[in-house]
Design a protein around this ligand. Sequence first.
Ligand code: HEC
Length: 223
Amino acid sequence: MSDQNKKQDENNQPNEENLVFDDERDLLMDHEYDGIQELDNNMPPWWLYGFYFTIVLSVGYLLYYEVLGWGPSQEEEYEIEMALAAERYGNLAEDAIFDFSLTQILTDAESIERGREVFNASTNLCATCHGAQGQGLVGPNLTDNYWKHGCDLESLIISIKDGFPNRGMPAYGSTVRIGNEDLVKLASYIISIRGSDPPNPKAPNMSRAVECFETIPGENLSE
Ligand code: HEC
């Protein structure tokens, strides 16, 4: 301690004693650290009530989660969240890679029906923009033979997966997620309604769309 500090300490000594009021003498505890003394005051009421509240809460918590087992455990909560995520986003690890060389247009009724379901699902909104029959509304007609972004399976899947955020169509490979299996079925369904000629078709934007020369499976078998 420097000389100057010592002097200050000595000067402060009498003052510190004066800071203890007469009615506080009983409360004064008999320890002292660096000239700091402590009073044995009661806890403030707000603090005490908060403390009692946590005791009551802990009993309720113990009963609810541990004794009666009404609340889910950590493991159960984890399982529930994972199941919800799998339902919403599909299996992410499996969907990360899309092997187009192994992907084929599906033509079986079950897959087409599933594709139709995904197209009309209220969570995906395809029908809101492209029309319930794919005839086109805000989004282009998906049943005619004119396409802006390609009409083959791979192009369709990429169109859906990446969307056209600048033009208002969300990417279905990101926040609103359609799993790989469903993507193939959805794209196959879109191929299956090509040429279906629904009422009120939206005219193609001929400044951007080009004619499609892809063959639709099953269509030219009889030719
Ligand atoms: C909010 C409106 C909106 C929603 C929802 C939407 N689309 Fe689109 N979609 C569009 C618009 C607009 C375009 C045209 C983009 C452009 O002009 O380049 C488009 C383009 C497309 C194309 C490419 C068409 C072409 O000519 O190449 C496909 C395929 C398609 N949408 C399928 C889907 C499917 C499947 C869904 C549901 C999973 C869907 N869309 C949901 C608005 C939407």
